[in-house]
Write a protein that binds this ligand. Structure first.
Ligand code: ADP
Length: 386
């Protein structure tokens, strides 16, 4: 097989006109770093967010151009849009869905019937929060590791396209997924958990704004164009808020349930309630609420301090009639281990913090099994033959 010449790929992309039609995508500086793996090429194109409707043609044209380069067996191209000052990333403009990937039309309330599962994945759990900064990603990553520690085969999908953080949290920043087959990615593996993130493709600190079709297209690629192994459970780190990405997830895949993360403050709980209502609207069972940064455990004297009005989430869960899954203390070690790329459940599995997450994982899994018992048989398990 001839080696793919990166310069040749870039040269070929010069034939693809930019969104304004006047110049090309390379000259306009819209192409990300081009990743080449075997016969496969992967990159992203930055496009103006307000031109969402015409983006799919551009993406397809770039993909076709790259495929004509000698040695290229497959190309994977995703569209991203840089966020302009003043844009609110969490409220993408709804657009008609693209025709590719068999995406279901965007609907406001009810999920489409007969949603296809992700091949090889048994149960998909969304971890969501009403707003950013409450510890959703920290919870998602530790929950996945805890589910694995409890004996399940677990995967982790970073659907937080506005701020993908799993590459950093799992120490995978310098790694890229391998492209296999025509346009399929092999997920990376960290601490026994399979991981896929849009952050492998775009820089974590590039602010992004995503429009409806791009959200659907990118999420579909990450869910369905990835060769997930045979997983008991996939934890999805959702973007904060209740925008298009959440609706897309709920509409495109059969979610076994959602876990809502909240801090004890009232304000966050109001946001959490919105998240809860959104999942209920699209018929996704809410497995429960996790109270994060619930209390402070002094590392020196062991004294427990209620930094905020602790217990708000437990009361709220009771009021709303959803399970309370547990409380995670505010602790420096939780932050430091995440920052170091080895979250606490993996870094210190015998610590009280790891136990907190494992107990939450146990309750989450009980919830999934309960929902299945209530809701009938589990979804069929689709296996891809190698
Ligand atoms: P989100 O995904 O909701 O934006 P993150 O998981 O990225 O939130 O957490 C935000 C920040 O708070 C990170 O620096 C993280 O390390 C820290 N953090 C999250 N949970 C805890 C906790 N229980 N104790 C201490 N720091 C935490």
């Amino acid at each position: 097989m001839p080696e793919i010449d990166k310069d040749q790929v870039i040269e070929r992309l010069r034939s693809v006109a930019g969104p304004d039609g006047s110049s090309d995508v390379v000259s306009l500086g819209l192409i990300s770093d081009v990743l080449i793996s075997g016969g496969k090429v992967m990159f992203s194109i930055t496009v103006p967010a307000e031109r969402a409707a015409s983006l799919e043609t551009l993406r397809a044209a770039a993909e076709a151009a790259v495929r004509s380069v000698p040695g290229v067996e497959g190309a994977m191209v995703v569209l991203t849009a840089e966020k302009k000052a003043g844009d609110t990333a969490s409220s993408p403009v709804p657009q008609a869905p693209p025709s590719r990937s068999g995406s279901a039309p965007r609907q406001a309330a009810s999920p489409p019937r007969g949603k296809a599962g992700i091949p090889g994945v048994d149960a998909i759990i969304a971890v969501a929060s009403g707003k950013g900064g409450v510890g959703k990603s920290t919870t998602a990553v530790n929950l996945a590791l805890a589910l694995a520690a409890n004996g399940l085969k677990a995967g982790l999908l970073d659907a937080d396209i506005y701020g993908p953080s799993l590459p950093r949290l799992l120490g995978l920043r310098d790694q890229k997924p391998e492209i296999i087959g025509d346009r399929t990615l092999r997920p990376l593996t960290a601490r026994g958990v399979e991981v896929m993130s849009i952050g492998f493709l775009v820089e974590e600190d590039t602010p992004m704004i995503w429009r409806g079709p791009m959200v659907i297209s990118a999420l579909n690629q990450m869910m369905r164009e990835v060769r997930w192994g045979s997983l008991d459970v996939m934890v999805v780190d959702m973007p904060p808020g209740t925008g298009d990405a959440q609706l897309t997830m709920a509409q495109q895949v059969p979610l076994a349930g959602a876990v809502i993360v909240s801090t004890p403050q009232d304000l966050a709980l109001i946001d959490a309630r919105k998240g809860l209502a959104m999942f209920q609207r699209v018929d996704v069972p809410v497995l429960g609420i996790v109270e994060n940064m619930s209390y402070f455990l002094c590392p020196h004297c062991g004294e427990r301090t209620e930094v905020f009005a602790h217990g708000g989430a437990r009361d709220e869960a009771e009021r709303l009639g959803v399970p309370f899954l547990g409380e995670v203390p505010l602790d420096l070690q939780i932050r430091q281990t995440s920052d170091a790329g080895t979250p606490i459940v993996a870094a210190d599995p015998t610590s009280p913090f790891a136990k907190v997450y494992r107990d939450i994982a146990t309750r989450v899994w009980e919830g999934v099994e309960h929902e299945r018992a209530e809701g009938g048989r589990p979804p069929p398990r689709i296996v891809i033959e190698e």
